[in-house]
Design a protein around this ligand. Structure first.
Ligand code: SAJ
Length: 454
């Protein structure tokens, strides 16, 4: 064991380690705050506004409180990269989005590598947490670190990969109680990184190396994407067959082993599930392998917003109306229930599709004030009941608790009379489908017009 490796283990044990976190977003900030409970943390971000807020003790992430920021006396926010010079460990938590045509965008990882490489000195240890294909740490990040610093990985500095498992807004699973997978360039570096994380995370899972750790994350999120696509495909099939997929899933869930429920929806949003699998397929193609499951899952999930627009057209047609010129309300802009994030949200694609077919679209979301689709701004209507009154058709695109609580009342009060409701998230109870046309995604027995009294 080299002197600097021994020293790293010592400073982790005696609490004098200084931890750098590069990228203070929805992953980096929780990581920085967790380590700040035990160690001095240098939180670095290029976004001055973020650093200003943190220094004022203010949060910019809905599920992290300002008190928590103010309580993190060991956290030193900075936009000056040279402050990272005094660190022993540097954890990189920057975004890994997709470019056009689903090509991985590693520009943030490369930029972080340049920044860290320019100040890297013998005895430091770099951990990458950003989600990417197996091989990113060794083949992309390490060469940049070495080139910039003139140092050699393993000989002069440590490297490991540890996938982020932050689930935005999850009250039950936080950074500290979510098992952390770790893989280093060498077994000793796996051990060093594992010792560090074990001081702030209840359970650390050591794997053989960095690429194994990268592969673990890929499997986790491809698993979700493919299984969501499976139920989405079955939803479209069962609509034709007079079967209600929601009932099928509830019954399948009674199988106590070998089954895990996923639910159909208007598409797959967020910055993980629709993105990560394409990092894997990009890499697989380098080996002349075509990952058909991943590509097909992407196609199926991306078809869903179009299918939802088709259901709206079908419902209006049943009432003798055309989608062209129809007043359609899209309820829910976020990518999933009870979050304020519209990134990659299927709702945006539903709006785009409806407008392309000539509908007049207005929107509502309890958490999101505005979105821009096709260069046009859509602001959330202030009063749901008034929006419902205005609309000829409504799309329930997100199962926000707000809608689960209000839409049944709206139905019972007769506000939906004469309208079309396309429910993509099983929010409106079938029993309430009276006086209006309720079309439930995946339900071949969707409620037709109960009575013509309008
Ligand atoms: N979705 C469905 N049907 C489902 C589950 C999800 O249509 O059965 C849709 C959601 O509406 C959303 C998209 O898929 O549009 C993604 O949903 P998600 O539940 O996977 O939520 P994310 O994107 O926030 O995923 C994160 C991931 N966490 C990390 O990567 C660290 C994922 O691994 C978690 O499993 C997920 O949170 C979670 O379980 O909440």
């Amino acid at each position: 064991m080299k002197e600097w490796e021994k020293r790293l283990l010592d400073v982790v044990e005696n609490g004098s380690a200084v931890i750098g976190v590069v990228g203070l977003g929805y992953v980096g900030l929780p990581v920085a705050l967790s380590f700040a409970r035990k160690y001095r943390v240098i939180g670095y971000d290029i976004d001055e506004a973020k650093i200003e807020k943190l220094r004022r003790g203010e949060t910019y992430i809905s599920y992290i409180s300002s008190e928590e920021i103010r309580g993190a006396s060991n956290l030193y926010p900075t936009s000056d990269a040279s402050d990272l010079g005094e660190t022993d460990f540097i954890i990189i938590t920057v975004p890994t989005p997709l470019k056009a045509n689903r090509v991985p965008d590693l520009s943030y990882v490369r930029a972080a590598g340049e920044t860290v490489g320019s100040l890297l000195r013998v005895g430091q240890f770099v951990v990458l947490e950003s989600t990417s294909f197996p091989g990113t740490t060794e083949e992309v990040l390490v060469p940049i670190l070495e080139k910039k610093s003139g140092l050699r990985a393993v000989r002069d500095f440590g490297v490991a990969y540890s996938p982020e498992r932050i689930d935005p807004g999850n009250k039950r699973y936080r950074f500290e109680n979510t098992p952390k997978v770790v893989g280093g360039l060498t077994p000793l570096h796996t051990e060093i990184a594992a010792r560090l994380y074990s001081k702030v995370v209840e359970r650390v899972v050591k794997v053989s190396d960095a690429r194994t750790a990268e592969a673990v994350k890929m499997l986790e999120n491809i698993f979700r994407n493919v299984n969501i696509a499976l139920v989405n495909e079955l939803a479209v099939i069962f609509e034709k067959m007079g079967i209600d997929i929601w009932e099928v899933i509830e019954a399948a869930k009674t199988k106590p082993f070998g089954f895990m429920a996923f639910y159909p929806g208007p598409g797959v949003g967020g910055h993980c599930i629709p993105v990560d699998p394409f990092y894997m397929s990009y890499k697989a193609k380098h080996y002349d392998l075509i990952p058909r499951f991943i590509e097909l899952a992407g196609e199926v999930n991306e078809y869903m917003p179009i299918h939802v627009a088709n259901l709206v057209a079908k419902g209006l047609q049943q009432r003798g109306k055309k989608l062209w010129g129809a007043r359609v309300a899209v309820l829910g802009l976020a990518y999933k229930r009870d979050v304020d994030d519209a990134r990659e949200s299927p709702s945006l694609k539903i709006i785009e599709e409806l407008v392309e077919r000539g509908a007049e679209v207005r929107v509502h979301d309890p958490f999101i004030e505005r979105v821009v689709v096709g260069g046009r701004e859509y602001r959330s209507e202030p009063v749901l009941d008034e929006l419902v009154e205005w609309a000829e058709a409504l799309v329930v695109a997100v199962d926000h608790t707000y809608y689960r609580e209000r839409l049944p009342r709206i139905a019972v009060e007769g506000l939906l009379r004469g309208k079309v409701v396309v429910d993509t998230r099983n929010v409106v109870p079938k029993s309430l489908g009276k006086g209006f046309t309720l079309i439930r995604l995946g339900d071949g027995r969707s409620v037709e017009e109960q009575d013509t009294g309008d």
